[in-house]
Design a binder for this molecule. Structure first.
Ligand SMILES: [Zn+2]
Ligand SMILES: [Zn+2]
Length: 363
Protein backbone atom coordinates (compact mmCIF):
# COMPACT_ATOMS: atom_id res chain seq x y z
CA UNK A 1 0.00 0.00 0.00
CA UNK A 2 0.95 3.65 -0.35
CA UNK A 3 1.65 5.83 2.69
CA UNK A 4 2.57 9.44 3.23
CA UNK A 5 5.86 9.62 5.14
CA UNK A 6 8.68 11.98 6.16
CA UNK A 7 11.99 10.50 5.01
CA UNK A 8 15.57 11.31 6.01
CA UNK A 9 17.64 10.86 2.85
CA UNK A 10 20.97 11.91 4.28
CA UNK A 11 22.62 12.97 7.49
CA UNK A 12 21.65 16.44 8.62
CA UNK A 13 19.30 17.13 5.72
CA UNK A 14 15.68 18.22 6.20
CA UNK A 15 13.13 15.43 6.03
CA UNK A 16 11.23 15.09 2.75
CA UNK A 17 7.60 14.14 2.40
CA UNK A 18 7.18 11.19 0.05
CA UNK A 19 4.56 8.65 -0.83
CA UNK A 20 6.28 5.40 0.06
CA UNK A 21 5.33 1.76 -0.35
CA UNK A 22 4.48 -0.30 2.71
CA UNK A 23 4.53 -4.08 2.25
CA UNK A 24 2.01 -6.26 4.11
CA UNK A 25 2.88 -7.50 7.60
CA UNK A 26 4.68 -10.84 7.74
CA UNK A 27 4.58 -13.40 10.56
CA UNK A 28 4.67 -11.66 13.93
CA UNK A 29 4.18 -8.23 12.38
CA UNK A 30 1.36 -5.71 12.54
CA UNK A 31 0.24 -2.89 10.25
CA UNK A 32 -0.87 0.16 12.18
CA UNK A 33 -2.31 3.48 11.13
CA UNK A 34 -0.36 6.13 13.01
CA UNK A 35 -2.85 8.68 14.38
CA UNK A 36 -0.29 11.01 15.96
CA UNK A 37 3.51 11.02 16.08
CA UNK A 38 5.60 13.11 18.46
CA UNK A 39 8.78 14.98 17.63
CA UNK A 40 11.30 13.59 20.11
CA UNK A 41 14.88 14.81 20.19
CA UNK A 42 16.28 11.31 19.69
CA UNK A 43 15.10 11.36 16.08
CA UNK A 44 17.18 14.50 15.60
CA UNK A 45 20.23 12.78 17.13
CA UNK A 46 19.83 10.07 14.53
CA UNK A 47 19.18 12.46 11.63
CA UNK A 48 22.21 14.56 12.60
CA UNK A 49 24.39 11.46 12.91
CA UNK A 50 25.14 11.84 16.65
CA UNK A 51 23.60 8.49 17.33
CA UNK A 52 24.71 5.64 15.17
CA UNK A 53 21.49 3.67 14.99
CA UNK A 54 23.07 1.21 12.54
CA UNK A 55 20.24 1.03 10.04
CA UNK A 56 21.35 3.99 7.96
CA UNK A 57 19.81 6.17 5.28
CA UNK A 58 17.35 6.65 3.76
CA UNK A 59 15.75 6.43 7.16
CA UNK A 60 12.23 6.62 8.45
CA UNK A 61 12.36 8.30 11.84
CA UNK A 62 9.56 8.60 14.35
CA UNK A 63 9.53 6.41 17.44
CA UNK A 64 6.94 8.22 19.56
CA UNK A 65 3.40 7.65 18.43
CA UNK A 66 0.01 6.05 18.83
CA UNK A 67 -2.31 4.41 16.39
CA UNK A 68 -4.79 1.71 15.48
CA UNK A 69 -4.18 -1.86 14.35
CA UNK A 70 -5.43 -2.25 10.77
CA UNK A 71 -3.93 -5.61 9.76
CA UNK A 72 -2.14 -8.41 11.57
CA UNK A 73 0.33 -10.88 10.12
CA UNK A 74 0.21 -14.66 10.76
CA UNK A 75 0.61 -15.78 14.34
CA UNK A 76 0.03 -12.42 15.99
CA UNK A 77 -1.58 -12.78 19.42
CA UNK A 78 -0.76 -9.63 21.37
CA UNK A 79 -3.12 -7.32 19.48
CA UNK A 80 -6.17 -7.60 17.24
CA UNK A 81 -7.81 -5.45 14.58
CA UNK A 82 -9.04 -2.13 15.92
CA UNK A 83 -6.87 -2.15 19.04
CA UNK A 84 -5.42 1.20 20.03
CA UNK A 85 -1.71 0.80 20.49
CA UNK A 86 1.41 2.63 21.60
CA UNK A 87 4.59 1.27 19.99
CA UNK A 88 7.42 1.03 22.51
CA UNK A 89 10.73 -0.78 22.85
CA UNK A 90 10.55 -4.51 22.12
CA UNK A 91 9.38 -6.82 24.87
CA UNK A 92 9.50 -10.33 23.44
CA UNK A 93 8.67 -11.93 26.75
CA UNK A 94 10.87 -14.99 26.20
CA UNK A 95 14.51 -13.84 26.15
CA UNK A 96 16.70 -13.86 29.27
CA UNK A 97 16.27 -10.10 29.76
CA UNK A 98 12.48 -10.22 29.52
CA UNK A 99 12.22 -13.28 31.77
CA UNK A 100 14.43 -11.67 34.42
CA UNK A 101 11.80 -9.07 35.25
CA UNK A 102 14.73 -6.80 36.14
CA UNK A 103 15.11 -4.76 32.98
CA UNK A 104 13.29 -3.27 30.04
CA UNK A 105 16.06 -4.32 27.70
CA UNK A 106 15.09 -7.15 25.40
CA UNK A 107 17.47 -9.15 23.23
CA UNK A 108 15.18 -8.44 20.29
CA UNK A 109 16.08 -4.73 20.64
CA UNK A 110 19.45 -5.44 19.11
CA UNK A 111 18.19 -7.02 15.92
CA UNK A 112 18.94 -4.75 12.99
CA UNK A 113 15.54 -4.22 11.45
CA UNK A 114 16.95 -2.66 8.29
CA UNK A 115 17.16 -5.79 6.15
CA UNK A 116 13.60 -6.74 7.02
CA UNK A 117 12.13 -3.29 6.42
CA UNK A 118 8.64 -3.25 4.93
CA UNK A 119 9.16 0.35 3.80
CA UNK A 120 10.48 1.28 0.36
CA UNK A 121 10.51 4.07 -2.19
CA UNK A 122 10.93 3.30 -5.88
CA UNK A 123 12.18 -0.17 -4.95
CA UNK A 124 14.83 1.21 -2.56
CA UNK A 125 14.55 -0.03 1.02
CA UNK A 126 13.97 2.56 3.75
CA UNK A 127 15.27 1.82 7.23
CA UNK A 128 12.91 2.36 10.16
CA UNK A 129 14.59 4.07 13.13
CA UNK A 130 14.56 1.79 16.17
CA UNK A 131 12.57 -0.70 14.11
CA UNK A 132 9.51 1.57 14.22
CA UNK A 133 9.31 4.34 11.60
CA UNK A 134 6.26 6.23 12.83
CA UNK A 135 6.65 9.28 10.58
CA UNK A 136 4.54 7.31 8.14
CA UNK A 137 0.77 7.21 8.13
CA UNK A 138 0.95 3.42 7.88
CA UNK A 139 3.71 1.45 9.52
CA UNK A 140 4.54 -2.24 9.86
CA UNK A 141 6.06 -3.00 13.23
CA UNK A 142 6.89 -6.15 15.11
CA UNK A 143 4.09 -7.41 17.33
CA UNK A 144 6.21 -7.35 20.46
CA UNK A 145 6.78 -3.60 20.21
CA UNK A 146 3.08 -2.88 20.67
CA UNK A 147 1.36 -1.98 23.91
CA UNK A 148 -2.46 -2.15 23.70
CA UNK A 149 -4.13 0.70 25.57
CA UNK A 150 -7.62 1.81 26.58
CA UNK A 151 -9.71 3.16 23.71
CA UNK A 152 -11.03 6.27 25.43
CA UNK A 153 -7.58 7.89 25.68
CA UNK A 154 -7.15 10.51 22.93
CA UNK A 155 -4.43 9.84 20.36
CA UNK A 156 -3.23 13.44 20.54
CA UNK A 157 -2.13 12.76 24.14
CA UNK A 158 -1.43 9.04 23.91
CA UNK A 159 1.42 9.43 21.42
CA UNK A 160 3.56 11.07 24.12
CA UNK A 161 3.57 7.79 26.10
CA UNK A 162 5.55 6.18 23.28
CA UNK A 163 8.68 7.94 24.57
CA UNK A 164 8.88 11.32 26.33
CA UNK A 165 6.13 11.11 28.93
CA UNK A 166 6.83 7.49 29.79
CA UNK A 167 10.60 7.98 29.92
CA UNK A 168 10.39 10.96 32.28
CA UNK A 169 7.64 9.63 34.51
CA UNK A 170 9.12 6.13 34.76
CA UNK A 171 12.57 7.44 35.61
CA UNK A 172 11.15 9.04 38.73
CA UNK A 173 8.46 6.51 39.62
CA UNK A 174 9.83 3.12 38.59
CA UNK A 175 13.62 3.47 38.14
CA UNK A 176 14.72 5.85 40.90
CA UNK A 177 11.56 5.10 42.92
CA UNK A 178 11.43 8.63 44.36
CA UNK A 179 10.11 8.49 47.93
CA UNK A 180 7.67 10.85 49.67
CA UNK A 181 9.40 13.73 51.44
CA UNK A 182 12.62 13.40 49.43
CA UNK A 183 14.70 15.96 47.54
CA UNK A 184 15.14 15.84 43.77
CA UNK A 185 17.21 17.76 41.21
CA UNK A 186 16.36 17.53 37.51
CA UNK A 187 18.91 18.79 34.96
CA UNK A 188 17.31 19.69 31.65
CA UNK A 189 13.67 20.66 31.28
CA UNK A 190 12.70 19.37 27.87
CA UNK A 191 9.83 17.04 27.13
CA UNK A 192 11.45 14.35 29.26
CA UNK A 193 12.88 16.37 32.15
CA UNK A 194 9.54 18.09 32.80
CA UNK A 195 7.96 14.66 33.13
CA UNK A 196 10.65 13.68 35.64
CA UNK A 197 9.61 16.77 37.61
CA UNK A 198 5.97 15.73 37.31
CA UNK A 199 6.75 12.14 38.31
CA UNK A 200 8.70 13.34 41.37
CA UNK A 201 5.78 15.55 42.37
CA UNK A 202 3.34 12.65 41.98
CA UNK A 203 5.67 10.47 44.10
CA UNK A 204 5.48 13.06 46.89
CA UNK A 205 8.95 14.62 46.74
CA UNK A 206 9.22 17.62 49.08
CA UNK A 207 11.89 19.58 47.24
CA UNK A 208 12.15 19.50 43.45
CA UNK A 209 14.87 21.72 41.97
CA UNK A 210 14.54 22.20 38.22
CA UNK A 211 17.72 23.26 36.39
CA UNK A 212 17.81 24.73 32.89
CA UNK A 213 19.56 27.55 31.04
CA UNK A 214 16.29 28.54 29.33
CA UNK A 215 14.47 30.97 31.66
CA UNK A 216 11.24 30.34 29.74
CA UNK A 217 11.16 26.87 31.30
CA UNK A 218 10.69 28.14 34.86
CA UNK A 219 6.92 28.66 34.66
CA UNK A 220 6.15 25.27 33.16
CA UNK A 221 8.58 23.55 35.56
CA UNK A 222 6.77 25.08 38.52
CA UNK A 223 3.44 24.08 36.98
CA UNK A 224 4.72 20.48 36.81
CA UNK A 225 5.65 20.60 40.49
CA UNK A 226 9.12 22.13 40.79
CA UNK A 227 9.59 23.97 44.08
CA UNK A 228 12.72 25.81 42.86
CA UNK A 229 14.20 26.81 39.53
CA UNK A 230 17.93 27.34 39.00
CA UNK A 231 19.40 28.87 35.85
CA UNK A 232 23.10 27.90 35.76
CA UNK A 233 23.87 31.09 33.82
CA UNK A 234 22.70 33.31 36.66
CA UNK A 235 24.37 31.39 39.50
CA UNK A 236 27.38 33.19 40.95
CA UNK A 237 30.28 30.76 40.98
CA UNK A 238 29.97 27.04 41.34
CA UNK A 239 26.65 25.44 40.33
CA UNK A 240 27.35 22.19 42.18
CA UNK A 241 28.16 24.08 45.40
CA UNK A 242 25.04 26.20 44.97
CA UNK A 243 22.78 23.16 44.53
CA UNK A 244 24.42 21.26 47.38
CA UNK A 245 23.82 24.25 49.64
CA UNK A 246 20.15 24.27 48.60
CA UNK A 247 19.72 20.57 49.48
CA UNK A 248 21.80 20.61 52.64
CA UNK A 249 24.66 18.58 51.18
CA UNK A 250 23.19 16.76 48.19
CA UNK A 251 19.84 15.51 46.94
CA UNK A 252 18.27 12.11 47.45
CA UNK A 253 17.72 11.79 43.70
CA UNK A 254 19.23 13.60 40.73
CA UNK A 255 18.44 13.15 37.03
CA UNK A 256 20.20 14.16 33.83
CA UNK A 257 17.72 14.47 30.98
CA UNK A 258 19.77 16.08 28.21
CA UNK A 259 22.59 13.76 27.19
CA UNK A 260 25.53 16.02 28.09
CA UNK A 261 28.42 14.46 30.01
CA UNK A 262 29.23 17.71 31.83
CA UNK A 263 25.69 17.85 33.15
CA UNK A 264 25.88 14.16 34.02
CA UNK A 265 28.90 14.90 36.16
CA UNK A 266 27.04 17.77 37.84
CA UNK A 267 24.06 15.51 38.45
CA UNK A 268 26.39 12.92 39.99
CA UNK A 269 28.12 15.52 42.16
CA UNK A 270 24.82 16.91 43.47
CA UNK A 271 23.50 13.51 44.59
CA UNK A 272 24.13 13.09 48.32
CA UNK A 273 27.60 11.58 48.83
CA UNK A 274 26.34 8.74 51.03
CA UNK A 275 22.84 7.88 49.86
CA UNK A 276 22.05 9.92 46.74
CA UNK A 277 21.09 8.22 43.49
CA UNK A 278 21.95 9.81 40.15
CA UNK A 279 19.93 8.55 37.19
CA UNK A 280 21.15 9.20 33.65
CA UNK A 281 18.36 9.42 31.08
CA UNK A 282 19.79 11.65 28.34
CA UNK A 283 21.60 9.98 25.46
CA UNK A 284 25.11 11.37 25.01
CA UNK A 285 27.00 11.17 21.70
CA UNK A 286 28.57 7.71 21.25
CA UNK A 287 32.14 8.99 21.52
CA UNK A 288 31.69 10.86 24.81
CA UNK A 289 33.08 9.57 28.10
CA UNK A 290 31.88 10.27 31.62
CA UNK A 291 34.79 10.69 34.06
CA UNK A 292 34.18 10.12 37.78
CA UNK A 293 36.39 9.72 40.84
CA UNK A 294 35.70 6.14 42.02
CA UNK A 295 35.89 7.22 45.66
CA UNK A 296 32.70 9.19 45.07
CA UNK A 297 30.97 5.83 44.56
CA UNK A 298 32.72 4.12 47.47
CA UNK A 299 31.02 6.53 49.87
CA UNK A 300 27.67 5.06 48.86
CA UNK A 301 26.46 7.34 46.13
CA UNK A 302 24.78 5.43 43.32
CA UNK A 303 24.86 6.01 39.58
CA UNK A 304 22.40 4.33 37.24
CA UNK A 305 21.08 4.73 33.77
CA UNK A 306 17.71 3.98 32.27
CA UNK A 307 16.70 3.63 28.66
CA UNK A 308 13.15 4.93 28.30
CA UNK A 309 13.12 5.50 32.05
CA UNK A 310 13.40 1.79 32.66
CA UNK A 311 9.74 1.42 31.72
CA UNK A 312 8.42 -2.00 30.78
CA UNK A 313 5.77 -0.99 28.29
CA UNK A 314 3.11 -3.63 28.85
CA UNK A 315 3.20 -3.12 32.60
CA UNK A 316 3.83 0.60 32.95
CA UNK A 317 2.28 2.43 29.99
CA UNK A 318 -1.34 1.45 30.80
CA UNK A 319 -0.76 2.57 34.43
CA UNK A 320 0.56 5.95 33.32
CA UNK A 321 -2.28 6.40 30.82
CA UNK A 322 -4.75 5.68 33.64
CA UNK A 323 -3.10 8.38 35.77
CA UNK A 324 -3.53 10.87 32.92
CA UNK A 325 -7.17 9.87 32.36
CA UNK A 326 -7.80 10.22 36.11
CA UNK A 327 -6.46 13.78 35.96
CA UNK A 328 -3.44 12.98 38.14
CA UNK A 329 -0.89 13.86 35.47
CA UNK A 330 -0.89 17.04 33.40
CA UNK A 331 -0.03 15.97 29.87
CA UNK A 332 -2.06 18.69 28.13
CA UNK A 333 0.24 21.52 29.22
CA UNK A 334 3.29 19.81 27.75
CA UNK A 335 1.86 19.32 24.27
CA UNK A 336 2.36 22.68 22.68
CA UNK A 337 2.01 22.32 18.91
CA UNK A 338 0.17 20.23 16.35
CA UNK A 339 1.50 20.31 12.80
CA UNK A 340 0.59 18.57 9.57
CA UNK A 341 3.42 16.18 8.65
CA UNK A 342 4.31 18.50 5.76
CA UNK A 343 5.59 20.97 8.39
CA UNK A 344 7.67 18.46 10.33
CA UNK A 345 10.94 20.32 9.67
CA UNK A 346 9.44 23.46 11.17
CA UNK A 347 8.52 21.39 14.22
CA UNK A 348 12.16 20.35 14.66
CA UNK A 349 13.32 23.92 14.04
CA UNK A 350 11.05 25.06 16.89
CA UNK A 351 12.59 22.40 19.09
CA UNK A 352 16.12 23.55 18.25
CA UNK A 353 15.09 27.11 19.13
CA UNK A 354 13.76 25.91 22.48
CA UNK A 355 10.18 26.91 21.66
CA UNK A 356 7.37 24.87 23.12
CA UNK A 357 7.74 21.50 24.83
CA UNK A 358 6.37 18.73 22.65
CA UNK A 359 4.90 18.98 19.19
CA UNK A 360 3.32 16.24 17.14
CA UNK A 361 2.34 15.61 13.56
CA UNK A 362 -0.67 14.00 11.95
CA UNK A 363 -1.04 12.78 8.39
ZN1 LIG B 1 12.23 9.62 22.15
ZN1 LIG C 1 12.93 -10.10 25.22
Amino acid sequence: MKSKAAIAFEMGAPLRIEEIDVAPPQAGEVLIEVKAAGLCHSDLHAIDGHWNFNSGFPGLMGHEGAGVVVEVGPGVTRVKLGDHVVPFIPECGVCACCRSGKTNNCEASFIDSGPTSRFSLGGRSIHPFLGLGLFSQFAVVREFTLVPVRRDAPFDRLFYFGCGATTGLSSALFKAEVQPGSSVIVFGLGGIGLNVVQGARFAGAKTIIAVDINPAREAIARQMGATDFVNPRTVDGDLVGHLNAMTGGGADYTFEAIGNVELMRQAFDTAHFAYGTCTIIGIAPDADLLALPPTALITGRRLQGAAMGGARGLEHIPQLVDLMMDGKLDIDSLITAHLPVEEINEGYAMQKRGEGIRSYVTF
